[in-house]
Design a protein around this ligand. Structure first.
Ligand code: SF4
Length: 282
């Protein structure tokens, strides 16, 4: 029986980034109406971790909104990780903190982080149209650093930002070179505060993109459907699994509410899927 991996996201620092990624409501440049704070209190992080673990989440991703790690943020993430490791040991900790050096990644690893998420977001060719404050190559290098230290790499991107089909193939091929264990696929939807306003992808197109990712990234253990899942697939959620996905984000996203977690669990049950309880589950 196919097992589905449930991943969850915790925004431990929110909306304070100075970069200009045009798809991101956490950039201070676009004044999106979101909650902004420097450090989420530890008791709140623990509550969220326990609640998501009880729902069946295996992955718990500690996200900070910034271009990369500085000493203060690294200390904060390491503290949060070691506390969670002690208090909610079954959760598999993922860090997602932007650009990171080999030394910084080793420190996260020592604190109990098992995997690092850094998305390529789009193709190298299209990237200058969605971000001008840092280069795509820097993203790629961070992914290489993750592999170099032996953390599990989680890397994917966003579809529907106005890129061409060639851009999508190019991104997926770059991801293949990096050999990520899990590939988060996000589907962009217009936010009036953000400068991007492409036509949204159809459900059919989006399902085909999942299959394309599954085919090109044939060695990846997981194709994970992340941001935009409910808006893109609506009542056709179940088709993402037929298309090739075997992982979803459960609960809320970084700045937007997700689908009701209980509705997701009921859907998985009705489709006859089991929830993965170990990273080795197939
Ligand atoms: S660097 Fe990350 S947090 Fe900052 S604007 Fe870009 S995507 Fe958003």
């Amino acid at each position: 029986m196919k097992k589905i991996f449930l991943c969850s996201i915790c925004n431990i620092n929110s909306g304070t980034c100075n970069e200009d990624c045009k798809f991101c409501s956490q950039s201070v440049k676009y004044k999106a109406d979101i909650e902004r704070y420097k450090q989420k209190p530890m008791d709140q992080i623990l509550d969220e971790a326990r609640r998501l673990e009880a729902l069946g989440a295996l992955g718990f991703c500690l996200v900070t909104a910034q271009k990369g790690l500085d000493d203060k943020t690294l200390d904060f993430v390491c503290n949060v990780a070691s506390t969670l490791k002690r208090e909610v040991p079954r959760l598999r900790l993922i860090a997602c903190n932007g650009t990171a050096s080999v030394e910084q990644l080793r420190e996260l690893q020592r604190a109990g982080v098992a995997a690092y998420n850094h998305n390529l977001e789009t193709s190298r060719e299209f990237y200058p149209q969605i971000c001008t404050t840092h280069p795509w190559d820097e993203r790629y290098e961070t992914c290489e650093n993750v592999n170099a230290v032996g953390l599990k790499l989680i890397s994917g991107g966003i579809f529907g930002m106005g890129e061409t089909h060639e851009d999508r193939i190019s991104m997926l091929q770059s991801l293949k070179e990096l050999n990520p264990v899990s590939v988060p696929l996000n589907f962009y939807h217009h936010n009036p505060a953000l400068p991007l306003n492409p036509s949204p992808l159809s459900v059919e197109e989006s399902l085909e993109l999942i299959t394309l990712a599954r085919t090109i990234l044939d060695k990846a253990e997981r194709i994970m459907i992340a941001g935009g899942r409910e808006i893109t697939f609506k009542e056709r959620q179940h088709e993402i699994f037929e298309a090739g996905a075997n992982s979803i984000v459960i609960g809320d996203y970084l700045t937007t509410a997700g689908r009701d977690a209980h509705a997701d669990l009921m859907m998985l049950k009705s489709l006859g899927f089991e929830i993965a309880t170990s990273p080795e589950d197939k």
